[in-house]
Design a protein around this ligand. Structure first.
Ligand SMILES: NC(=O)c1ccc[n+]([C@@H]2O[C@H](COP(=O)([O-])OP(=O)(O)OC[C@H]3O[C@@H](n4cnc5c(N)ncnc54)[C@H](OP(=O)(O)O)[C@@H]3O)[C@@H](O)[C@H]2O)c1
Length: 297
């Protein structure tokens, strides 16, 4: 790393999916991970299977006092309180680095550390991690949004992302909310959409996990197309074909009471799809479809 010198001693506070994976990758890269703190013995035990040389302790203050780079990977709601505790207990010193990895939060949650002269950064992997092994595998190769308050810390944080095998992208603090909305749309709400499709398929007789299994090749084919051709060329289906008769049939079917929410989701997303179809579908047909969809919002 260009500016993170050899003497940097890393501490992780919060040994969940992200913290444990970060510790593992850093240690693998020859970085000194000196301490890991987490709330439960169970998390610490799990982390010790991935990180070998650190002190494992439930005491965040004791852990932080051992290092000069403190990465707080607790749940988002606890980052501010954790930072405040470490500052109050003098576990963070002037010149230390304090980092969080939340996509939603800005740097203000680390303000107490910055006020006493520590350098603060957020490095957010634009990725989803359901468990530690997956995080170890997927973190390298992911884009990381990097937010700091000064150029020197930015370089340091970007070098840290490179150590993790990620691709740093600078993100201004004021852009974080929009950035996070994009991430939620691309991942979390995609899962919600697949769940909606799964429920419909269960309704027509595909029991339990059979429904999702049936949908999986379609989901994978869609992701594959997105990777190869981008959003515009990947859109197929009634909107892409300008097939207003099919759309009307779908919308009218969903007018029944228990599908009211799905109807609104379907109509709203179809309007976004219409944006993509405009190159292929005539202007007059697009206008007709738009009117039909707006009527059902
Ligand atoms: N998971 C993702 O997909 C993802 C992706 C990008 C960024 N992130 C960010 O990464 C950060 C960590 O997320 P995660 O998914 O790794 O969460 P997680 O798996 O829930 O892990 C959080 C860990 O923090 C520990 N903890 C809770 N309170 C604590 C405290 N007061 N002191 C010390 N440790 C405490 C928990 O311990 P116990 O297990 O003992 O309760 C748990 O091990 C968050 O900022 C999140 O936004 C997550």
């Amino acid at each position: 790393m260009a500016t993170a010198k050899k003497v940097d001693r890393f501490v992780l506070i919060g040994a969940g999916r992200v913290g444990t994976a970060v510790g593992h990758i850093l240690e693998r890269e020859g970085v000194e991970v000196v301490a890991v703190a987490s709330r439960s013995e169970e998390s610490l035990k799990q982390a010790s299977k991935f990180i070998s040389k650190a002190l494992f302790t439930p005491d965040a203050v004791k852990a932080a006092k051992r290092g000069n780079v403190i990465i707080i990977t607790t749940p988002d709601d606890l980052i501010a309180d954790t930072c405040l505790l470490l500052v109050t207990e003098k576990a963070i010193n002037k010149g230390d680095y304090v980092v969080h990895m939340s996509g939603a939060l800005q740097l203000d949650v680390l303000k107490p550390a910055e006020d006493l002269g520590a350098k603060t950064a957020c490095i957010h992997p634009l990725q989803t991690f359901a468990e530690v092994k997956g995080a170890v595998k997927r973190m390298p190769g992911s884009v990381f949004a990097v937010t700091t308050h000064d150029e020197k810390t930015q370089h340091w944080a970007e070098a840290l992302v490179h150590k993790l095998g990620g691709e740093p992208v600078a993100l201004e603090e004021k852009a974080k909310t929009l950035y996070h909305i994009g991430a939620v749309l691309a991942s979390n709400l995609l899962v919600a959409l697949e769940h909606a499709a799964e429920l419909l398929y269960q309704e027509i007789g595909m029991r339990d996990e059979k429904a999702l299994r049936a949908l999986m090749p379609l989901i994978e084919g869609t992701v594959d197309n997105l990777r190869k051709y981008g959003t515009e060329k990947s859109l197929t289906g009634p909107v892409a074909r300008g097939d207003i008769g099919i759309l009307r049939r779908h919308l009218e079917f969903m007018e029944q009471d228990d599908l009211e929410l799905l109807l609104k989701v379907y109509a709203s997303l179809s309007l976004y799809a219409l944006d993509l179809a405009e190159a292929e579908v005539s202007k007059s047909r697009c206008d007709e479809i738009e009117a039909l969809l707006r009527h059902h919002l």
